[in-house]
Design a protein around this ligand. Sequence first.
Ligand SMILES: [Zn+2]
Length: 363
Amino acid sequence: MLLLLITSDKKGLFLNGLFLSYRDPLLGLITLVAFVFAISFITYSFSLYKEKKARGEYRKLLKRFELGNLKEDDYVHLYATYNLPFDSIVLLASTFLYKGEYNKAISVYQALLEHVNDKVKKEELLELLGKTYFKGGFLQRAKDIYLQILKFSPRNEEVLTYLLYTYEKLKELESAKAILSSLEELGQDIKLEKAYINALGVAYNPILSFEKKTKKLFELFKENASIERLLVGFLLRFNKQEFWENLKIFDLSKHLDLLWFLDFNDVDFDCVSESKLLSELYTAKAYINAKEQSDIFVLDVLIALRKNHSKARADLNFEFICQKCKKVFPMYNTRCPQCHSILNSKVQAVLTRSLLEKNQSLQ
Ligand SMILES: [Zn+2]
């Protein structure tokens, strides 16, 4: 093509000059080849330079990614300029969530929302934004986002479920009940959730007296025994008398932590004497001296240490294992923070050095 251009361009001064100056056809051909070679060389060098520059930029970007240093704008840049698929961008942004950097994740989702026009993708981003607000503890904002999504997608079960968790944390339990009705209409089994939210509604009610709360919680417990932990927790805090009077209806092994930390003056030792487990527990705690041993290993060790007047001082601590996701927590959660299942944490007692001995070793 270059050849054609050169030979046909009779009016071009430079090329005319070439043909006029070098009449020798061989020399003309060599000049032409040299000219073509020079042009090709320049074009090739330029493309090499461009490629090297692009590689440099790419490497720089990769390095930032490796170090987890991608800025919020980089995600928008990757999406808008480099056309990286939306799902990949969202996956990359989730690294902020895993690292607990909720503010950064929020900034990325907000920035992406301004560049995304597709309705489905927008809804997905809003859901992620809501979840991030929820996990980060920005509950009011999470609530606002979820309510916004439900305006155009009222049957979004994931959003309804997270809005339920949000209302529960905000203690807006009447709104939580309304969400449960929506989930029931969508075919979900809400029996346990309903009993749980109703029990919370009673326990947190600022108007009801402790006596009325006790009565209502007992009624709810009779309807659904799964709320036992809520009832026992409430009684041991606000109405201990009722707890001791109804001791026999509870599975005490599920509440060892609550019972272990009871103050000496709050324990009804007449009732304790009727329970093998409580007699062992309070012998191990040195409140009484009623048992020689226990079938529960940790209690047996504590009783043996006491009986042998051992210098080693031990104490009990408790772990709580979610029976659904198997995650272990240092404190009891009525709703598992990991998998959101309710009232299924198993209490496990573990031996620990006593606080007294720890303090002595620090002196
Ligand atoms: Zn769990």
